[in-house]
Design a protein. Structure first.
Length: 230
């Protein structure tokens, strides 16, 4: 399974997933033209788009992609809040598996300030879990080969930024309640069987409240698995 990032973070999230047979986009949080350019204007190769939730940094290009003839899977809240309609719009529900080409996708609920989905994506003997913008994940996933997980902040860095005044105290509470910390990443990895995991991708890192090199070292030390930061 090949995984590329076109964008990761508050400026816009979009990832390209391919198993050599089918190509997907995870998220559509970049402007439509940027997505086209990242695909070398080969949008027709994309069999589907999975969007976790309605915030603009994940769903900005939803309407443009659907209007261009690309099938998009979203939750009911995103459909209603973004007034997304048409035969290219599909509703994904927790626990209800569906197929896109050679991929099998099972959505599951996460915990943000609006309804949000994570995705378990399988192809052959490969299995990817995707988790973003969530305070925590209550599920375990057997047989994973690839993990894409938000590592937005460190609680210690966040608290230091609140103490020095660079982060408002009220923002701290929102971050704690809506995003995955590196501490939660570590606990999530400890709770899951990593025997077959080949790659771990850390996503959606805060510029001010994260530490790319430290997070990468910590996860690699814990797991012995190659870590990439998007």
């Amino acid at each position: 399974m090949e995984i590329r990032a076109f964008g990761s973070g508050s400026a816009g999230n979009c990832y390209h997933i391919s198993d050599g047979k089918t190509e997907l986009l995870l998220e559509a949080g970049l402007p439509y033209r940027k997505i086209q350019k990242a695909l070398d204007f080969g949008l027709s190769k994309i069999s589907g788009v999975l969007i976790s939730h309605a915030h603009a940094d994940h769903a900005r290009a939803l309407h443009a992609l659907a209007d261009a003839g690309t099938d998009c899977w979203i939750n009911e809240y995103t459909k209603d809040s973004m007034d997304a309609h048409g035969f290219r719009i599909h509703v994904a529900e927790e626990g209800k598996q569906f197929g896109i080409g050679s991929f099998a996708i099972k959505p599951f609920n996460l915990h943000h300030d609006i309804p949000i989905l994570g995705f378990l994506i399988s192809s052959g003997d490969e299995k990817l879990v995707y988790i973003t913008d969530s305070a925590y994940c209550r599920y375990k996933f057997p047989g994973l080969t690839h993990i894409m997980v938000e590592a937005n902040y460190s609680k210690a860095i966040l608290d230091a930024n609140v103490a020095n005044g660079s982060v408002p105290a009220e923002l701290r509470n929102r971050v704690l309640q809506t995003h995955f910390s590196i501490e939660n990443v570590i606990e999530f990895l400890k709770a899951n069987d990593l025997t077959n995991v080949r790659e771990i991708f850390l996503l959606h890192m805060s510029d001010g409240n994260g530490d790319e090199l430290a997070f990468k070292r910590e996860v690699e030390k814990l797991t012995g698995i190659m870590v990439k930061v998007f």
